[in-house]
Design a protein around this ligand. Sequence first.
Ligand SMILES: NC(=O)c1ccc[n+]([C@@H]2O[C@H](COP(=O)([O-])OP(=O)(O)OC[C@H]3O[C@@H](n4cnc5c(N)ncnc54)[C@H](O)[C@@H]3O)[C@@H](O)[C@H]2O)c1
Length: 404
Amino acid sequence: MKISIIGQGYVGQTLAVGAAMSGHEVIGLDINAELISDLACGDSFVPGLDKKLISEIIAKKVYLPTTDFELMKGSKIVIIAVPTPIDRNREPDLNAVLAACKSINKVVIDPTLIISESTSYPGTFRDVIKPTVEKGSKTTFTFAVAPERVDPGNQDWNISNTARVISGLTEEATDRAIEFYSSFCKSIYRASSPEVAEAAKLLENTFRQVNIALINEVSEVMSKLGISANEVVNAASTKPFGFMKFQPSIGVGGHCIPVDPEYLTYFAKKVGSESKLTNLANEINLQRPKQIAQRIKKHLGGDLTGVRIQMAGIAYKTGVPDMRESPAIELITELSELGAVVSWHDPIVKTFMAQKSLPLDPSVNLGLIVTPHREINFKPWEEADTPVIDLSVGQINLGWSKYL
Ligand SMILES: NC(=O)c1ccc[n+]([C@@H]2O[C@H](COP(=O)([O-])OP(=O)(O)OC[C@H]3O[C@@H](n4cnc5c(N)ncnc54)[C@H](O)[C@@H]3O)[C@@H](O)[C@H]2O)c1
């Protein structure tokens, strides 16, 4: 089956490879020409995607990354996988979704199933995507929602073994979407409406946001006692039921956890309801870099003026080059405002805001382990016995105790 995927980022590429590997002919569309030319050479930035495999499916002509939207013509299914960020007021920014819908409206002339994998609030599909795709079009469209749950870089859970929640605007659309996803996904949950599927996605990430906030709050309280929240969490998680382990951190990052709960908050307001807990969780997590900077200041005797600090890893999580909403950015700002001279080392991010990753510097006054990518060689700090604080969620075994 010929399918087109609009958006070739983390989600779009993962889906393109999954679908092409299961026998579909995939057109991967993106407005970013540089990304498309890299992809055409098999060069993908998505962790966990095999570059050799990408080159193979391109050579077999079952995957075509392109900026030419006319190639969407003749697709049986068009899937939307574009970003759904928040704007300056922390409200949903659906501009990319609207642009994707307009490109479908402009190009597609045959009956087509339109699927959205982009995360949004309940009703986006029915009230925003459907009318924008259909506006003035002479052909008929069917619609289904199938929110993506991929966790880039996760070795255990992938597009094939992570169940997919699907719902169409009609039973026929649901059936067709299920038929398509079943070709590469082992388990499908048929939701009773697109709104349920959209809301389920928001719930999943809000659940994480709230639990991370709880543990971060506990960390702040425990720090006053001089107790490690990490140890408290480890102790609590020996209970085999009724407890799920979340670890303290410097905050949340990426395109999902800090963003999706804002969609829920927006939706709650829109329907005249409240989302007090979600708002509070957002607030707690957003405060984290500031709190951590203050704790570091206290740790170093109350004055950071001229103190040279280097961060190891600045991406929002290990193994990815993703800087979207990374709390490390805020931590750099906070520490700098307190007078510290902050540099960073991240062999995966390499360049951020026109600054290049610097080598790990053993002469700094303090090393901060923020995102311990496997690629970071901590030897210079180890050998020089550089004072180090480990703020990371992951475990590294260098004898540096966890600080949070
Ligand atoms: N990244 C994740 O782990 C993840 C997981 C589950 C769901 N999601 C959701 O999936 C959606 C996509 O996220 P992502 O992480 O893949 O984003 P991304 O930024 O990695 O990729 C999106 C791509 O869409 C392209 N794009 C933007 N506007 C376009 C347009 N009009 N036409 C064609 N291409 C366009 C961008 O150039 C970009 O390459 C979001 O709604 C996100 O919330 C993301």
